[in-house]
Design a protein around this ligand. Structure first.
Ligand code: HEM
Length: 423
């Protein structure tokens, strides 16, 4: 019996050949190394995501006590005892109906397409400024700061707290998803909770035009979010929206560096940008897998999965399934829009899609217009996570490269080096 370890660096570097093997040979695969059931075909992934009663998002303590993607990392005992005494943290992402339904109704008003579209001029202004200062790392200089600045402004957070904001966001995401320090994660969780609790209280007294002020006011049904719900939602926005958007920009740029013709066309025809964004989401999306727990014994395809099992629907694999897509390993701009599941599906469908698409589109348009010769200038560093796909660094040059010295054709497949393997 083969078993796949999601932390195998070869898998993290290039999971796509392994996904193909899984889809063909074991579409529902139990990974003993991770104690996770991997679901890899498009139809099965969709069925799991759309069956909220059968597949709970409430991971309970499973999310805190250990790191499901890296079982070697355990939370220190003293910290675990402290966390045990706290009430369970319920966020939108990790709750089930009916709680999820009520919460989602209350927060959805903050992210309507109209509200987000109105941000376009300001996002363009911030992007132009970041691109003015672009030096030699596209992630550090543009892709990483942009979503943090935008979400901080959206929440009315003063500019002098942005560094804290970024650090909290990074430490939370690293602790949750990439095997980073759980102590730093817990420390950041406490600091950010305290910060947002104070912010929420002050907005109740003096509301402004920001998202937190909007959420502290009662809606037409007289429903208001509790302090804990508000604080958790603010933290979720940091965790769910920053690094994912950064990664969408870097994954798009990797795909474009491999396709210089498309990059040149984008420079003169910005209308291509939305299709590039959509195809990047399908081809190399930032969220490769989502976590669920079975509420009862269930059949997925031909396999029986027990109650209480952790399931990982692999959206990254579903988006390359040849049973659903023609020519799935090709980057094509002529696919039906909105068919990929990079933003999930069902009741937890991403609330930030309009914002993520807008920011990424603006970055691509701006870079292609202002830097037609932008190209890779070294080997990028990949984030070491099987579910969060993106780059920590993307060294670039804005000058034309002499062939054979700077460009790295086919980098998307080369980062991390070796071929993927299934043991
Ligand atoms: C390219 C960028 C992004 C990607 C790929 C992405 C992906 C996802 C996915 C796959 C889910 C579903 C999770 C699940 O079913 O378990 C989700 C949920 C969510 N996303 Fe995003 N996201 C992105 C950007 C954003 C942004 C910019 C925000 C907000 C500012 C955001 C806020 C959320 C929230 C609040 C949820 C939870 C929704 C719920 O549970 O009902 N995301 N996202």
């Amino acid at each position: 019996m083969t078993t796949l370890d999601l932390n195998d660096p070869d898998f993290v570097a290039d999971p796509y050949p392994v996904y193909a093997w899984l889809r063909d040979v074991e579409p529902v695969h139990y990974s003993a190394a991770n104690d996770l059931w991997l679901v890899s075909r498009y139809d099965d992934v969709l069925a799991v995501l759309r069956d909220a009663p059968g597949f709970s998002s409430d991971l309970g303590k499973a999310g805190l006590d250990d790191n499901p993607f890296n079982p070697a990392i355990r939370i220190p005992r003293r910290l675990a005892r402290l966390l045990d005494r706290l009430p369970p943290v319920r966020t939108l992402l990790t709750s089930d109906p009916p709680h999820h339904t009520q919460l989602r109704r209350k927060v959805a008003k903050a992210f309507t397409p109209r509200r987000i579209a109105a941000l376009e001029p300001r996002i363009r202004e911030i992007t132009e400024r970041l691109v003015d200062d672009l030096d030699d790392d596209l992630v550090r200089d543009v892709a990483s700061p942009l979503p943090t600045i935008v979400i901080a402004e959206l929440m009315g957070i003063p500019a002098d707290r942005r560094d804290d904001f970024k650090r909290w966001s990074d430490e939370l995401v690293n602790g949750l998803l990439t095997g980073g320090s759980r102590i730093r994660m817990a420390r950041s969780a406490l600091a950010v909770s305290w910060f947002f609790a104070r912010t929420v209280r002050s907005r109740r007294h003096r509301p402004g035009g920001d998202v937190i002020s909007l959420l502290v006011t009662r809606d037409q049904d007289g429903d208001a979010l509790t302090l804990a719900e508000l604080v958790n939602f603010c933290i979720l926005l940091l965790v769910a929206g920053n690094e994912t958007t950064t990664n969408l920009v870097s994954n798009a740029m990797l795909a474009l560096f491999d396709r210089p013709d498309l990059w040149r066309r984008l420079g003169t025809d910005p209308d291509l940008a939305p299709a590039v964004v959509e195809e990047t989401l399908r081809y190399d999306g930032p969220a490769q897998g989502l976590l669920r727990v079975t509420t009862a014994e269930v059949r997925i395809g031909d396999v029986t999965v027990p109650e209480g099992a952790r399931v990982l629907p692999l959206t990254g694999s579903a988006n390359r399934d040849p049973r659903h897509w023609a020519d799935p390993d090709a980057f094509r701009l002529d696919r039906p829009a909105g068919d990929h599941i990079a933003f999930g599906s069902g009741i937890h469908y991403c609330i930030g899609t309009a914002l993520a698409r807008l920011e990424t589109r603006i970055v691509l348009e701006t870079l292609a217009r202002r830097h037609p010769h932008l190209g890779p200038a070294g080997v990028p560093e990949r984030i070491q996570s099987p579910v969060l796909r993106g780059l920590r660094t993307l060294p670039v040059t804005i000058r034309p490269t002499v062939p054979g010295t700077g460009g790295l054709p086919g980098r998307a497949a080369q980062i991390g080096g070796r071929n993927s393997s299934v043991r």
